[in-house]
Ligand binder design. Sequence first.
Ligand code: AHG
Ligand code: MN
Ligand code: MN
Length: 292
Amino acid sequence: MSDVITAVLDEVTETAPEIRAGLTGRREYQADENPSGEQMLAADVHADQLLEERILAVDGVGSYASEERDEIQEAEEDGDIHVACDPLDGSSNLKSNNVMGTIVAVYDEPLPAPGRALRAAAYVLYGPITNMVVARDDTVTEYVIDCETQNAPGTGIERRPVDGDVTLPSDPVVYGFGGRVPDWPDDFASYVRDIEQELKLRYGGAMIGDVSQVLEYGGVFAYPALESATNGKLRLQFEGNPIGYIIESAGGRSSDGSQSLLDVEPTELHQRVPVHIGNADLIERLETALSD
Ligand code: AHG
Ligand code: MN
Ligand code: MN
């Protein structure tokens, strides 16, 4: 199974430069909506098509699912690995030319699966540098993908390790919370009032960019439950589970408000979940604030 996981991660590595190169000229919205009722950019569809084709072709992968598709795509051959992707996270940042990412969750159970069934999780961040952060076997590794040099025809696309043991810094520095302030429940709003006295605001509108800030500087990111949407905005299979797995593998904590994201019961493929991730003590304080 380990070589199947490596093969999936290699396909993501090889596809990242094409996703990045394909962003240009794909900023227009598509007619139809995704299963979460959100408009899709041509860039979302392009990334999803590339990833589905490559990942389903990996021997040992049994199915592929993405936030852009209603149904799970079964592989021709059976397989014990089931992959869930957010092909382009933060795609609304494309029009404003800000960072976006790709999120990959590698489960060893059919979807929808609990976070505890993850065998690996990764994200690619399309920033000034294209990096890839991979969590597997309780270790988080950061790689760089040199898209420019490696996009030349015939060059094998490789990820170059730059940090073999990514861990959350112990002194938190940044926070970023999604949703509108008037839409935050009172208990979450009171938690924010404490946090904003202590940390610096870093919120960029793409979860992967905001999670990368927390992973680099320490702190907390949340897209919380809202008065208007009690399960928040982010999806468990494609965003909450993989990011929770990465942050917990890096020594931090994740929470849906009362438990680790990895313990949230999966009920359907596109279920939403309140997402809170970051330094353990900040998440503990959050859970206390929401339990009062
Ligand atoms: P996606 O583009 O994959 O739908 O994800 C967007 C998500 C997430 O990346 C980000 O944290 C959040 O939407 C931002 O939401 P707001 O625009 O409401 O801030
Ligand atoms: Mn997303
Ligand atoms: Mn997306």
